[in-house]
Design a binder for this molecule. Structure first.
Ligand code: GDP
Ligand code: MN
Length: 392
């Protein structure tokens, strides 16, 4: 689960991590009041679940409370499109008004889980303010990594090593070491999957401050943090992803494709997307209905796929182990009839009651082609896509 910068900032504050003074506003008037309180010159920051705001006008330095109001009013109610959002962007419903700092140096600091070693890893770089992906691509030697120990945590000497690698001034060394240890506690005690400070800044008077903060919470551990669940902002989520969440379905939107993929299980999802690519097409999404889908969930799954405007054809690849193929087929038919769907579908189902499932689909009168296996389905898919191209 993603949370907003202003919420991440509050968590950091609780752990003693220095952050700029800031408050959140939902209107121009509030923004002006806050800016007056802070003292005139402030930075206005759009609160969205995406980084890269600075480059597209989502972070603006202003000189007066009146300007803060103007900038806030322009941002509020708009949608911000950054490198990290889709083309539709995300709605700006709040702005954070923060004190400005005189920045001497921008650094990078983050903590993520490294699946290979099974521990949190602290990543630090002197190249802050730019996207870390760029640093990793062009100058990977400039990223310093230290793993914490799941039992012991991050030791002071490790934190000090990281602070040294960041090249902070001598007088900031102990504050930076403490900040790194506090940040590690934020990560572990809240079951985060990401804590990212970019930039971590050294001010002209050698203070170390977390200027921007991104925190992602691990969904599977949220049950341990009922207070953090309240930080959810569903408006930042893609509407189809939100519907899938509500139905307990795993839906992932993919940019640039036109094949809607309905599968059960991550392995089938990968195979289905691979074969779609192999025939020269691209998936528009994939929706994993999981093991024990009843007819209602299958219907909802289908409606979600069909509501994705990019989808021109639907590929269904299911292994009926726990879910029964005939139940799935009934769900597909019911959903297609209810929504009057005209989209062509290619379906391959194997396992329990697969023949019965194929019979139900065959007799439905819908635009469905059944295939005996995934390779067969891919052939049909390719054929239909060629016909669609020929027709347009
Ligand atoms: P992001 O673009 O979404 O990652 O937003 P950030 O909060 O990281 O802000 C982007 C950039 O704006 C930072 O890298 C800084 O260069 C700049 N910036 C943000 N706040 C301040 C500030 O108080 N003073 C100065 N001088 N620059 C700031
Ligand atoms: Mn940033």
């Amino acid at each position: 689960m993603n949370i907003h910068e202003y919420q991440a900032r509050e968590i950091l504050e609780k752990y003693g991590v220095p952050t700029p003074r800031a408050e959140v506003a939902s209107s121009g008037e509030e923004a002006e009041e806050i800016a007056t309180r802070i003292g005139g010159r402030v930075v206005v920051k759009a609160q969205v679940h995406a980084g890269g705001r600075g480059k597209v006008g989502g972070v603006k330095l202003v000189d007066s409370p009146e300007q803060a109001r103007e900038v806030a009013e322009a941002l509020l109610g708009s949608r911000l499109v950054t490198k990290q959002t889709g083309v539709a962007g995300v709605p700006v419903e709040k702005v954070m008004i923060a004190e400005t700092l005189d920045i001497k140096d921008e650094l990078y600091l983050s903590i993520v889980i490294d699946g290979d070693i099974g521990a949190p890893v602290v990543m630090a770089s002197t190249e802050g303010g730019v996207e870390i992906e760029e640093v990793a691509e062009n100058t990977p030697e400039k990223i310093f990594r230290v793993a914490g120990d799941p039992l012991i945590g991050l030791t002071t000497y490790h934190a000090r090593d990281i602070a040294l690698a960041l090249g902070v001034p001598a007088e900031s060394l102990s504050a930076t070491t403490k900040l790194i240890i506090d940040l590690y506690r934020v990560f572990t005690e809240n079951d985060c999957s990401l804590v990212e400070i970019n930039p971590l800044v050294i001010t002209e008077d050698n203070k170390i401050v977390a200027l921007d903060a991104k925190i992602t919470l691990e969904d599977d551990a949220l049950f341990r943090h009922p207070d953090l669940v309240d930080l959810r902002d569903a408006n930042q989520q893609d509407p189809l992803e939100r519907r899938a969440d509500a139905a307990d379905l795993a839906y992932v939107k993919l940019e640039g494709g036109r094949v809607g993929c309905m599968v059960n299980g991550a392995g089938l999802a990968m195979a289905t997307m691979d074969i779609t690519k192999t025939i020269g097409a691209s998936p528009a999404n994939f929706l994993d209905i999981g093991g024990s889908a009843d007819q209602e969930r299958i219907e909802e799954a289908f409606k979600i796929i069909m509501d994705d405007a990019d989808v021109e054809i639907i590929l269904v690849n299911l292994f009926a182990g726990i879910a029964r193929a005939d139940v799935v087929a009934q769900g597909i038919v019911a959903a297609a009839k209810e929504t009057n769907a005209q989209l062509p579908m290619v379906v391959t189902m194997r396992g329990t009651n697969a023949e019965e499932g194929a019979r139900i689909l065959g007799e439905s009168g819908l635009n469905i082609t059944s295939a005996p296996d995934l390779a067969g389905a891919a052939d049909v898919l390719k054929q239909i896509l060629l016909e669609l191209e020929g027709a347009s």
